[in-house]
Design a protein around this ligand. Structure first.
Ligand code: ATP
Length: 353
């Protein structure tokens, strides 16, 4: 059942189409992330839902009711931006009370509710402090409490963790998930950080150039990307352009690598062009060919060590391949040496052109 529904949303700025015919259904209580490169239309979509921007065409509905003509404050939507937007002269509790005050809630019960929200976001006893007396992460929690205090039907988070350092960011990712689950509030989170999207979301919406490329769970996106763009954007991948030589048998050919067998699929027919995806962690590196797998020879160019694993980059003919190996395995090979790389047919995933 769709809770929030976008139908045919387009947005033009003069000649430029920032969004083209975006359709999306979000279920009640879902945590959905908008992911995509800079300028792909994530924030524009969010602002149209919030009512700060109007769509050139299309509809936004919550529970089958159009939001058309409703001002942002009439939409019952909580919003958190990257730059918290707290009132500097108000205390944390007064900041959180503010949306209730706007809705006519009296001071005593309003401040009580604000303190409850501050406790939920882990800021019990911080209500009397002003924003400048709080760290970045604490200010972001106040902003979150303020967005949630009036029990919105939808929570919109636009790069809320962008200003935080890596550790604090990871801590806040867990916190936001915990609070979202506790309240069951339908949430849209905007980020261009794919690991953040992967770790937090029920589903991810991948944007590119004003279009939605794919909407799916994190694992579905990783293992079954529908387009070459999604395959390249989510995680690391080897993308190999091929011609299908026998679709029924799952056989293809690439100019540099030669014949490659893939997991049989009806997404492409014999004679057509396609892309094969092999994730770097599905490739094995060895000195000699390994039985039961497809083997090719690779000239190693670069080894990047990360401690517990390493990325080995090399050439098969003129095609660059990336192989992810566990720390101990990498010692068998050095830069500029020849080695074998091998994979199983099931790890070769076909993406139609
Ligand atoms: P980022 O991750 O950088 O925030 P985004 O995916 O959120 O990017 P949007 O902010 O939605 O991207 O912008 C989509 C496109 O629309 C961009 O090319 C942007 O330059 C353009 N755009 C946004 N607002 C305006 C405006 N007021 N006038 C003209 N073009 C605009």
């Amino acid at each position: 059942m769709s809770y929030l529904k976008l139908s045919g949303i387009s947005k033009s700025y003069g000649q430029f189409n920032a969004l083209e015919a975006v359709d999306l259904d979000i279920a009640k209580g879902e945590f959905v992330t908008f992911l995509g490169p800079s300028g792909s239309g994530k924030t524009t979509t969010l602002m149209i839902i919030a009512g700060f921007e109007s769509a050139t065409s299309g509809q936004v509905e919550i529970e089958n009711r159009s939001l058309f003509g409703l001002a942002p404050h009439q939409r019952n939507i909580g919003i958190v931006f990257q730059n918290y937007g707290l009132f500097p002269h108000k205390t944390a509790a007064q900041n959180v009370y503010f949306p209730l005050q706007m809705r006519g809630v009296k001071k005593a019960p309003g401040l009580r509710k604000a303190e409850e929200m501050l406790e939920l976001v882990g800021l019990k006893d911080f209500g009397h402090r002003h924003p400048k007396e709080l760290s970045g992460g604490q200010q972001q929690r106040v902003a979150l409490a303020r967005a949630l205090v009036f029990e919105p039907s939808l929570l919109l988070l636009d790069e809320p963790l962008g200003a935080l350092d890596k550790n604090l960011r990871e801590q806040m990712q867990i916190e936001i998930k915990r609070i979202q689950r506790a309240l069951g509030v339908t949430t849209i989170f905007v980020t261009h950080d794919q690991s953040e999207a992967m770790s937090m979301s029920d589903r991810i919406v991948v944007f590119e150039k004003g279009h939605i490329q794919q909407v799916a769970s994190p694992l579905e996106l990783y293992h079954r990307p529908q387009t070459r763009f999604v395959a390249g954007f989510i995680g690391e991948s080897n993308l190999i352009d091929v011609k299908i030589t026998d679709a029924a048998k799952g056989e293809a050919r690439n100019g540099a690598i030669g014949p490659i067998d893939y997991a049989v699929s009806d997404r492409a027919s014999t004679g057509s062009e396609a892309t094969l995806m092999i994730r770097p962690e599905h490739i094995k590196l060895s000195r000699n060919p390994v039985g039961g797998r497809q083997n090719v020879r690779m000239k190693v160019e670069t080894i990047v060590n990360y401690g517990d694993n390493a990325l080995v980059v090399g050439k098969v003919g003129d095609h660059t391949m990336r192989v992810r190996v566990l720390g101990a395995d990498v010692v068998i090979i050095q830069e500029n040496e020849e080695c074998c790389i091998s994979w199983q047919r099931d790890s070769v995933y076909l993406i139609a052109k």
